[in-house]
Design a protein around this ligand. Structure first.
Ligand code: NZQ
Ligand code: ZN
Length: 389
């Protein structure tokens, strides 16, 4: 276990099929002006929008709306929302949707009272807010990002072909409360369910494939991965299985609510590649990760061989008898590949709309992280992207 750290996570979670009524407990804690943020219409179709509006009305709230937050929310949409939230004199931002809606609400929270340009301040200079931030609450409809219990907010700028995540240092940017009702995820198209599952898995990998120390986090991560693989197989056969979808939702939260990153180094290079692909193609986040993962892990495997062996043994139950470390590690990755194929994930970049002429823009948009087993050069990034085509 490495270093010194502090740990606090202030997000209050309400989990289960009865959890929406907890809005009645939370809403009285905030002023009367609520900005309700949602996506492209799934919440209206499912009836959740009407339920939330009824609870807001019953609590005497004045509601303004920011509708149509798109997957991979854009900076232009953020500017539009800032106007609405300022006019509303917002006291609470209530996000009802997936990670995009939740991320957007946090980006809005730090931008409403900010005099500077949020793209410049938060996404290019990575500064922390110097203005008063607005509390955020979240009703989650998709399991994947962990946005419901972290301080991350990813925003896309199509003009500059960049998709950047800022994980704010101050835990008050995390949602004050999040409502996690697995039933809400049952209406997700299977493609999105599986993209979310791989997003969860890769969040764990990003924090697992790094470091040489003996670390409690790695044991927790192995447990989370095993639970996710198990539940994903059940949900893949029967997406309506409430228990499997509950476990997936809960695993998503723990995969990226800062716990398993504590006291250890982390990688995040698959996400940097995936986000760069997303910036150029606007593809679904989880699929951008699955498309580059295997090439990336094969590329860096020798540099972190001991961990890939451990992954093969402890997560995929690979029989090690008479095999070299490299053979064991490769068998682990091939078990992961088979599982990814079972879920119907994108296995290469072409499947998600990437063409050769985009590669250079993706290389340019890829930020390099330094916590993994191999620090990549831009040439390494190009090699991995070409191997992922
Ligand atoms: O817009 P609507 O109509 O709601 O449709 C959405 C969207 O089209 C739909 N959907 C969501 N819940 C649904 C549903 N459809 C039917 N029934 C439901 N219950 O699913 C589509 C995808 O939704 P989105 O919110 O975009 O997906 P996700 O939760 O994967 O969020 C992706 C965004 O989060 C960022 C990604 O980069 C991306 O921008 N991330 C945020 C992170 C964080 N805060 O820590 C970390 C992640 O690594 C990730 O980067
Ligand atoms: Zn992710």
């Amino acid at each position: 276990m490495l270093g010194n750290f502090s740990y606090a996570n202030p997000t209050k979670l309400y989990f289960g099929d009865d959890s929406l009524k907890s809005l009645n407990t939370e809403l009285p804690k905030y002023g009367k002006n609520v900005v309700l943020v949602y996506g492209g219409g799934s919440v209206k179709k499912s009836g959740l929008y009407d339920e939330v509006i009824a609870i807001l009305n019953a609590n005497g709230k004045t509601v303004s709306e920011i509708a149509g937050v798109m997957p991979n929310p854009t900076i232009e949409k953020l500017y539009e929302g800032m106007e609405i939230a300022r006019k509303a004199n917002v006291d609470l931002i209530l996000a009802v949707g997936g990670g995009s809606v939740c991320d957007y609400a946090k980006a809005l929270s730090v931008s409403v009272n900010c005099d500077e340009d949020p793209w410049e301040k938060y996404y290019l200079k990575f500064e922390e807010p110097s203005c008063e931030t607005i509390p955020v609450g979240c009703v989650l409809t998709m399991a994947g990002t962990g946005s419901e219990m972290n301080a991350g907010a990813v925003i896309t700028n199509h003009k500059s072909k960049l998709k950047i995540g800022h994980v704010f240092a101050d835990e008050k940017i995390m949602p004050r409360f999040s409502i996690l009702n697995p039933n809400y995820t049952l209406t997700l198209p299977k493609y999105q369910m599986c993209a979310g599952i791989y997003d969860i898995f890769n969040h764990i990998c990003e924090q697992y494939f790094s470091g040489d120390d003996d670390n409690t986090s790695d044991y927790i991560s192995e447990g989370l991965m095993k639970s996710l693989i198990h539940s994903s197989r059940i949900a893949n056969k029967n997406p309506q299985d409430y228990e499997a979808r509950s476990n997936i939702m809960w695993t998503a939260t723990w995969a990226l609510n800062t716990l398993v990153a504590k006291g250890k180094s982390t990688d995040w290079m698959v996400h940097m590649l995936g986000q760069a692909v997303g910036a150029v193609t606007d593809a679904t986040h989880g699929m951008t990760l699955s498309a580059v993962s295997l090439s990336y892990y094969k590329y860096i495997m020798d540099a972190g061989l001991h961990k890939f062996v451990r992954f093969a043994k402890n997560v995929w139950n690979i029989n090690t008898d008479g095999k070299t470390d490299k053979e064991i590690a490769l068998e682990g990755l091939s078990a992961m590949e088979n599982w990814m194929k079972e879920l119907g994930l994108a296995m290469n970049l072409r499947e998600i709309g990437t063409t050769e002429d985009m590669i250079e823009d993706i290389v340019n948009a890829s930020l390099i992280m330094e916590g993994g087993y191999k620090i990549l050069t831009k040439d390494d990034v190009r090699n991995i992207l070409e191997a992922s085509m």
